[in-house]
Design a protein around this ligand. Structure first.
Ligand code: TRP
Length: 369
């Protein structure tokens, strides 16, 4: 029987049923009571984009008790960054602010070089350097945030080797669905990402690490949890918190470069481009004519502009609720809703571009060589 959807680290197809994934992967769902324990929870957490976890509660307990904890999430530099790529980093930053803990950010140029047929060795490295500037621009704490690239950080290879020895080929194949035609880089890479996930413990000794990440990355989490406590490592099992995919403007489940550029907002887009893309492509829950819309109202819950405000750009609950209600009643028109989002995104990107320029002066304070 053909599955109606499939989620792996390399491919996402079909309409994802997230409840089913929780069962299939054997993770826990993020509950209201769990969120209520988090200090200043980010809108991504409060409003449900992060929906699943593995032992986030245990990480929180240690964080709240003042024990050593860390956060880790990585970036596969396959292209320039768009809004969807920010999801794990925004939560990492928010938790760093709440708990004053270190954040580790590995950059996997090797992964993207192996997996993307048309990505050259040089391009993978160029995207790595480019993406690092966007990450620093998000405002992580200097001195408590460590970025390392797989091709230049020496401990990557030796520690991945220790891990590779603990993973059989058949385990890797079962977890990652490796295909006969895949180059052998794909086979080794899971050991590298398992190292990433344990990197804070290699660096600072055993403690709880939290990995905010898209649910497609859970196979790496599972694999790493299985080997973390092996007697040659003696680490703690890492915790994880998983997000759904931020829909693209046209409403696809996962933003990726294979979709047209038009359906994604890149961090490098000009104010004009943002305006054009949202107006032209953002899927609307509004009615076909203004008369109809005024009379029957729109559906904010399927409206991409509303969803972007909800998850990313409107932190104020009261303001968000007003937008929701006004759109539903027909008081707020689609063009007006889109304008609210356009202004928010452009204000964010204007700041981002400045901070990105500034980041160029500080790269060496974040990157480990
Ligand atoms: N594989 C991830 C991606 O393609 C990037 C990544 C590399 C990562 N190392 C990581 C994510 C460690 C989480 C933890 O997006």
């Amino acid at each position: 029987m053909k599955k109606e959807f499939s989620v792996t680290p390399w491919h996402v197809t079909g309409k994802v049923n997230y409840e089913k994934l929780i069962k299939e992967f054997g993770t826990q769902s993020v509950s209201v009571s769990l969120i209520s324990k988090v200090k200043n929870p980010h809108s991504l957490l409060r409003r449900g984009l992060y929906f699943s976890h593995r032992e986030f509660d245990l990480w929180l307990k240690d964080a709240q008790a003042g024990r050593k904890v860390s956060i880790l999430t990585g970036r596969g530099p396959s292209e320039k960054m768009h809004l969807g790529h920010l999801i794990p980093f925004l939560l990492a930053k928010s938790l760093q602010e709440s708990y004053n803990c270190p954040v580790y950010i590995p950059i996997s140029e090797d992964e993207k070089f192996f997996v993307k047929k048309n990505l050259s060795f040089k391009e993978a490295q160029e995207f790595a350097d480019d993406n690092v500037l966007d990450l620093i621009a998000l405002g992580f704490k200097q001195g408590k945030t460590f970025i390392a690239k797989d091709f230049s950080y020496l401990p990557v290879y030796r520690n991945s080797a220790k891990i590779a020895k603990l993973i059989s080929y058949s385990t890797a194949k079962a977890i990652f669905g490796l295909k006969p035609e895949n180059n052998i880089g794909w086979t080794f890479y899971p050991a590298v990402q398992a190292f990433h996930i344990l990197w804070p413990q290699f660096a600072e000794g055993p403690h709880k690490t939290l990995v905010p990440v898209g649910i497609d990355q859970d196979p790496f989490i599972r694999l790493t949890r299985d080997i973390a406590t092996h007697s040659t490592l003696n680490f703690q099992k890492p915790s994880a918190i998983h997000s759904k995919f931020l829909p693209s403007l046209t409403g696809q489940a996962k933003m990726s470069s294979s979709e047209q550029e038009n359906s994604l907002i890149y961090l490098s887009d000009s104010a004009e481009e943002v305006k054009k893309k949202i107006n032209k492509y953002a899927f609307s829950g509004g009615k076909d004519t203004i008369e109809q819309h005024r009379k029957h109202g729109g559906n904010p819950d399927i409206d991409i502009s509303f969803l972007y405000l909800k998850y990313l750009f409107e932190q104020d609950d009261k303001k968000l609720e007003k937008i929701h209600n006004d759109y539903k009643s027909g008081k707020l028109l689609t063009s007006e809703l889109k304008n609210i989002l356009i202004d928010k995104i452009n204000a964010f990107l204007k700041e981002h571009i400045k901070r990105r320029e500034d980041a160029k002066k500080h790269v060496d304070k974040f990157i480990l060589e």
